[in-house]
Design a binder for this molecule. Structure first.
Ligand code: ATP
Length: 228
């Protein structure tokens, strides 16, 4: 059974409709890439899944209808979000940021430190003083501390230097291999997504236009819908 099931999802910002029928599934422990050019609806899909935006259509997580739950309850079901723009509490230290997110489960401060040793070295620093890459690691660490069953990453490596990007992709690979956690990953780099994702879902103008195994995503298809 799929952990997350989205079917014919529609959403709008005021009078302007942004999603016209997004369909995607993420199975337990599976890693899925959500792709598409700028403005095609990836972030809006994530916001709808996290109930930050009203939507219509099928939206089920672990068998429960998310549309019937108040948004704060939906968050507690086990969806961890690493939002675009890596939002952390800038004036809190690394440890404080992590502890503020903590919920019971296998992921604790020690496990996050194992995954990102750099964060542990900077545990007493305020988030605002971290480099962009370290802030991104902190945002991922915070999501892990909530012990999600599905973690959604929206452009987790945007604007980062190649070495830091590689570190983050390696960490995501570890999460995929060593845990039962499912991943839904948005990124512009098809090559890097291919290292981590089992399947891909492609959006165009707010609609799913292709989905399949990552290995079946031909250069033709990715050129057409992702533009690389
Ligand atoms: P990007 O890669 O640039 O982040 P995206 O695929 O995530 O793009 P969305 O941010 O989901 O795309 O945008 C989908 C559509 O919704 C776009 O047409 C965008 O202009 C519109 N949109 C996004 N956010 C808002 C908003 N807050 N108010 C009104 N329209 C919005």
């Amino acid at each position: 059974m799929s952990l997350l099931r989205v079917e014919g999802l529609e959403a709008r910002y005021g009078v302007s409709q942004a999603l016209f029928g997004v369909t995607l599934e993420v199975g337990a422990g599976e890693a899925v890439a959500l792709m598409g050019r700028n403005g095609m609806g990836k972030t809006t899909t994530v916001r709808a899944i996290c109930r930050m935006l009203p939507s219509r259509g099928v939206l089920r997580f672990d068998g429960q209808d998310l549309h019937r739950l108040p948004s704060h309850r939906a968050a507690r079901l086990g969806i961890g979000l690493v939002p675009e723009g890596r939002r952390c509490f800038r004036d809190l230290t690394v440890v404080e940021n992590l502890l503020a997110a903590a919920r019971p489960g296998p992921w604790d401060r020690a496990k996050v430190a194992e995954l990102f040793p750099r964060l542990e070295e900077r545990s007493g620093q305020v988030a605002a003083s971290l480099s962009g890459g370290e802030q991104q690691m902190l945002a991922i660490g915070r999501a892990l501390m909530t012990n999600p069953r599905l973690m959604i990453l929206d452009e987790a490596t945007e604007g980062l230097a190649p070495l830091v990007r590689a570190e983050i992709w390696a960490a995501l690979g570890q999460l995929r291999d060593a845990t039962e956690m499912a991943l839904l990953v948005i990124d512009k780099s098809v090559r890097e997504l291919a290292q981590v994702a089992d399947r891909a879902v492609l959006l165009e103008r707010g609609e799913t236009v292709w989905s399949g195994a990552m290995a079946e995503l031909t250069p033709d298809v990715s050129e057409r819908y992702v533009g690389v």
